[in-house]
Design a protein around this ligand. Structure first.
Ligand SMILES: Cc1cc2nc3c(=O)[nH]c(=O)nc-3n(C[C@H](O)[C@H](O)[C@H](O)COP(=O)(O)OP(=O)(O)OC[C@H]3O[C@@H](n4cnc5c(N)ncnc54)[C@H](O)[C@@H]3O)c2cc1C
Length: 392
């Protein structure tokens, strides 16, 4: 084993979609980062994720603005990377089953429409024309045509591959086990399972594991695991043209309650990925538990079958449970600390990390290259939590 000290310009911890995106956008700025991943690329949350690039599920304000910018970056990203990651601008459809849900969704989207969200209201017949497999009991819905889906693992691999072509060093099986930084010293000393690395800038892109990385430097960050489960149904003919979100999706996503009841924890998203229909998902706070729960998955499939009766003829071929990097104010944590600017956070994206990966990479690269960003992200600073009560 070689325990020699390696010097880098900037170290990125975590080889998920954030670490890969940051590395790519750094190389576009002419900076050659060293990315350290403890396992293989995309083995964390990004490898067990839905692929929706939705705008309609973003709260109005900075989250919506970041998502719009990120979705715009996605439009040309496959060409830029010369890599097919399954980008499809299919739109998101929110089917509604009763007048009450119709009103609730309309109320949710009103401020988003003022922020530029495009929306088409569908009658029952129009909806059935768009999605012929939709159940007859659905009374109508809302289509959001700007939205798209991708394959998250392929996005992460494409970004990392391109970053490497442009000069980044990507190290896998390289677990960060300690970090040292002394006030007044210019470099971080990062100890890993593959030896020591030094750099003047350190980026924490370790998703739900980012609190552990921060703790090496005596910082506490409020990233809390929020479990989600997915069912992958056996392949068959395509049942969907669009991404489907349930009408209660928005309420569950932005509710901080600890649900025990299955029905209350469901934020329904149904996605066609190749020949597979992926049925998700749930939101529960159960620590780092990544064990699929058979009864919850059965309930999810049952709920999805209400919208798509043809799913009843398909078996579930894979069950997945994973954890999202949740923050108490539902916003990601981006940038350096006011009193420790060289330790940069890029974490806390909860259920939005796939959508927000390009803009996160771009903004973090701007911070590294110029010390500032082209848009104001002070509301996302890691220092915002200092004064706040956030422990769950
Ligand atoms: C069920 C589910 C569905 C989702 N659906 C969507 C969706 O449709 N759209 C969307 O935008 N988002 C979705 N998300 C959220 C999205 O998946 C996450 O926000 C995103 O994957 C977070 O990416 P990341 O790179 O920050 O974290 P990760 O992908 O977890 O990457 C962190 C990496 O850090 C590495 N690491 C940890 N500790 C160390 C260490 N000590 N040393 C070195 N490396 C380390 C890990 O191995 C891991 O590879 C979903 C999430 C779930 C769970």
């Amino acid at each position: 084993m070689n325990f020699v000290k390696h010097c880098a310009d900037v170290i990125v911890v975590g080889g998920g979609i954030m670490g890969a995106s940051i590395s790519y956008y750094l190389t576009k700025q002419g900076i050659k980062p060293t990315l350290l991943e403890r396992g293989i690329l995309a083995e964390g949350t990004c490898g067990s994720s839905g692929g929706s690039l939705s705008l309609v599920d973003k709260s109005p304000g900075i989250l919506m603005m970041l998502a719009q910018k990120s979705v715009n970056l996605y439009h040309n990203l496959e060409q830029e990377l010369d890599y097919n990651f399954g980008y499809q601008r299919c739109g998101t459809l929110v089917p509604v089953e009763d007048e009450e849900s119709f009103t609730a969704v309309r109320k949710w989207i009103e401020p988003l429409r003022q922020n530029g969200l495009e929306c088409i209201t569908y009658s029952r017949e129009e909806l059935r024309h768009k999605e012929p497999f939709m159940s007859d009991h659905v009374i109508g819905g809302f289509l959001f045509p700007q939205e798209a889906i991708v394959d998250p693992v392929r996005v992460a691999l494409g970004l990392a591959w391109k970053a490497r072509c442009l000069g980044a060093t990507i190290l896998t099986d390289c677990k960060v086990i300690n970090i040292n930084w002394q006030p007044g010293s210019s470099d971080f000393l990062v100890s890993t399972s593959k030896g020591d690395y030094t750099a003047p800038l350190l980026i924490n892109a370790a998703g739900v594991w980012s609190p552990e990385i921060a703790s090496f430097l005596d910082r506490t960050i409020p990233v809390i695991p929020r479990q989600g489960q997915l069912a992958i149904m056996e392949p068959g003919i395509n049942l969907l043209q669009t991404l489907i979100l349930g009408a209660s999706y928005f309420r569950v996503k932005y509710d901080n309650s600890q649900y025990n009841n299955k029905s209350e924890s469901i934020s329904m998203a149904i996605e066609q990925r190749g020949p597979y229909v992926i049925v998700g998902s749930s939101r529960r706070f159960v620590g780092m538990d990544r064990t699929p729960d058979d009864s919850l998955i059965a309930y999810l499939i049952d709920q999805a079958t209400r919208f798509l009766p043809a799913l009843a003829d398909r078996k579930c071929v894979s069950k997945i449970a994973c954890v999202r990097p949740y923050t108490p104010d539902h916003l990601p944590i981006l940038g350096g600390y006011v009193d420790f600017p060289s330790f940069i956070q890029a974490t806390g994206h909860e259920g939005d990390g796939i959508c927000l990966a390009p803009i996160t990479g771009k903004l973090i690269a701007e911070i590294v290259a110029t010390g500032k960003t082209t848009i104001d992200i002070s509301a996302l600073s890691p220092s915002r939590f200092k004064e706040k009560e956030w422990e769950k």
